[in-house]
Ligand binder design. Sequence first.
Ligand SMILES: [Zn+2]
Length: 271
Amino acid sequence: MASRYTVHPIDDSTFAIEEKTRFSQGLCYLLCGGERALLIDTCFGLKGFEDTVRGLTALPMTVANTHAHLDHIGGNHFFDEIWQHEADRGIFALHTDPRYTLGIATEGVPRPARALAGLLTKSMLNIDPSGDYRYFEDGYVFHLGGRDVEAVHTPGHTPGSVCFLDRQAGMLFSGDSVCEWGVLLHIPGEACPPPVFLDSMRRLKNLWDAFETVWPGHHGFPVDKSYIDDYLACARQIVEGSASYRLTRGRACAGFGRVLITVPDEAAADG
Ligand SMILES: [Zn+2]
């Protein structure tokens, strides 16, 4: 079987690693400095993941998660030092509980195919929660040796969602907070209310001159930073009650320009 992992070099010391399964596509990023490497997210971390990452650098490795959803933390346990925003501790507990993750992994899969999907995704469901976990707050800086990467707290998709900013390279690694296709704010008990996400987009707008390209956790990459303007406008319309909703994959989504935002059912009903 062909490897699930494809390495896309961004420059000499920065790599996108793309994971493809039958049901998912995800991206994580390896940033090498003079002394350490930072691995931003670990996808589902299936067979071949660790070898793919270790094949790119011999530097000691720090893992930092954009948020604690299972498709971003799956390969954490392969590495010694793992960092997350402390506001995602509850999400981490949920997403490492197999009873919960089975439902997520088969969400959106047509009913007749669900049993098969459950079987095929079994290896993704048992995520090992052990490891040396550490917690950062907004503004924490990872020093990689001549390369600094800063955590920017952007709650919305989850309470502990962050983007990682490399000012020198002009790159923003955005996880699920800015993607080409859309941002999910509908998951009950996991996503924050839309005004919180709106504030996060304002934060990114305030950092406008600090980055040129946006590297998301899914779909197309890189994403032009002007997408943040679309998310800002879309989130503002949701909050003001003037958003236009359309049905996408059976769910009400607010759309603006090139992007969509899924919202809790109550929010769509109000609009
Ligand atoms: Zn997510």
